[in-house]
Ligand binder design. Structure first.
Ligand code: SF4
Length: 215
């Protein structure tokens, strides 16, 4: 209900009023770090779907437990599976640069994770059955952290979270609702590496993200 109200005011009055209505409305969980650590210990041997048998490393998530910004990708890739860390490699480095440009980092007001905690073979898209089993883990992370904003990185993460079959252009630039938390869908950093022409649009998205977080 709050989110639809915010959407309505955003449509009517733009970001400024929307931001003034949301500022300071989020009470953080002071025990988020220990709660996340405990939850990770609970599920790191998860075998609820077949990916548990083929993973090298379980990739829980990383970053600031008190973060207002939660970035969510679809699933770990090869490097993430090898290291147990989300968003490493070239795409991760680019993401770090983008975060620096909005005055944030993995250790400062940002938490990064994926919908799936284990790597699908050959980096294929997550199956619906895998998402059904794994998404409750993400929901628990959100419940613990209470982020102000969730940002889905790329089309697959966006459609997986929003349960829609849409191209990225139709999801991007809108304020969605993910179980009561505002959610924005942006280009995946790997897409920006493949097509640098998308970077100006991506920068617009991150300026919008910064304005939401800073107000
Ligand atoms: S992908 Fe998720 S549900 Fe499947 S085994 Fe890994 S943690 Fe469990």
């Amino acid at each position: 209900m709050l989110v639809s109200y915010l959407k309505q005011t955003k449509e009517l009055f733009g970001d400024e009023l929307y931001l003034s209505k949301t500022s300071n409305s989020h009470e953080k969980n002071k025990n988020a770090k220990s709660d996340l650590d405990n939850f990770c210990k609970e599920i790191y041997e998860c075998q609820k779907c077949p990916l548990g048998a083929t993973r090298n490393k379980f990739v829980f998530g990383a970053g600031d437990p008190q973060a207002n910004l939660m970035l969510v990708g679809e699933a770990p890739g090869a490097e993430e599976d090898r290291l147990g860390e989300p968003f490493v490699g070239r795409a991760g480095k680019l993401l770090d640069k983008i975060l620096k440009a909005i005055n944030r980092s993995r250790s400062k007001d940002v938490y990064i994770c994926n919908v799936l905690k284990c790597r699908p073979p050959n980096n294929r898209d997550p199956l619906t059955s895998e998402v059904e089993r794994c998404e409750p883990h993400l929901l628990k992370q959100i419940e613990i952290m209470r982020p102000k904003l969730i940002v889905a990185l790329g089309r697959v993460a966006g459609k997986t979270l929003l349960k829609v079959e849409q191209p990225l252009k139709d999801m991007r630039g809108k304020l969605h609702d993910y179980f009561g938390t505002p959610l924005i869908v942006v280009y995946h950093p790997a897409a920006l590496l493949r097509n640098p022409g998308l970077k100006p649009a991506a920068w617009e998205d991150f300026k919008w993200i910064r304005s939401i977080l800073d107000n």
